[in-house]
Design a protein. Sequence first.
Length: 406
Amino acid sequence: MLELLPVPPVDPLWNLAAEYGADERPQRLNLVLGVYRDHTGVTPVMRAVREAEIRLAEHAASKEYRGLSGNAAFNRAMLSLVLGGDVPAGRATAVQTVAGTGALRLLADLVRQTRPGATVWISDPAYVNHQPILEAAGLTVRAYRWTDHDGLLADLGDAGRDDVVLLQGCCHNPTGVDPTRAVWEALADLASRAGWVPFLDLAYHGLGDGLEEDLWAARMLAARLPEVLVAVSCSKNFGLYADRTGCAIVLGASERALRHAETALQNAARTLYSMPPEHGAAIVAAVLEDAGLRGMWRDELDGMRARIAANRAALVAELRALGCDALAGPLARQKGMFAGLPLTAGQMALLRREHAVYGTATGRINIAGLPEAQAGRLAGALVAVLERGAPERAVPAGAVPARAAL
Ligand SMILES: Cc1ncc(COP(=O)(O)O)c(C=O)c1O
């Protein structure tokens, strides 16, 4: 049967990563995937994570099944980390998931069950996996403008009472552009007037302006609105990419609503993978519950953030030295791991072909993947491809970004 069917398209991001893997040019630069790299080009195991792993290896009593919600200490610690301090009983629940992706999918399933007619709004441009995850859960997707804040508020003016709006809480992937606090407040006003539910995706907190600052929007929405969904990833800020660690948080208006949400999330997990893997969650719980390890983690996270910001500043300085304000200007205003460049898919292909620099076709490069000594070479390559043709948007405003356009 399968041999008669066309092979489905390969995930475009991982396809590019594979293309990079096959590139033998010594100067090749991998700025594709959203992973942090230190100055030696390595994605390190964080010190607090390593220490927690040693303690767990020495003291973990058993690998017996945990419950369907995963590691309870992890869930408690994540609620307190994301929402800030003690969360009143009856306000929120958390279920451990298979990383941020698992949280997005379980929450999408919850939306599909509880709001079957809902449209889920995603940003244009969006994180490459948002639309596929939502559509796999059977949901209808519409796009709102992201980098134009007046456009963002205007588009979401059409979101209705049953709708859900997926918003990245900080360090937007792929643009690096976040709303100002005033725009976030206006979004909360809109949601509260229209009744739509914010669905936050938190994957980069701690890597933008600082951990508390990056969680400000999530906490503000949680304080102002009765119902909020939050998908949290521990992949980037704990460096636990391969350990698939994250959680789905639901803020609800009553204990009954939370019981409903938690059971629905558990049921969704039960049919997909039964329960999430323990290792990463046990590490995060051990780090967050121990003052010493927590301090060590915060210090290292601050160091990662500082390195990303320094990389951005170095690239901006090199671009300015080359007189290229068209790229330096937008880059300087962005934050977090990604830079969204005003380059077309064609120009990004040129960058790969002629300069061995790998970013995505939408013009996204991972600033955190830039070795210090390479800022000058990267700036030169960017200016060279920019000069080859006028930049244009890869995806028209208002359209749901085509997956193939990555
Ligand atoms: C915006 C956003 N959300 C969610 C994820 C999912 O992360 P993971 O499933 O690895 O935790 C990513 C990963 O790159 C992301 O960029």
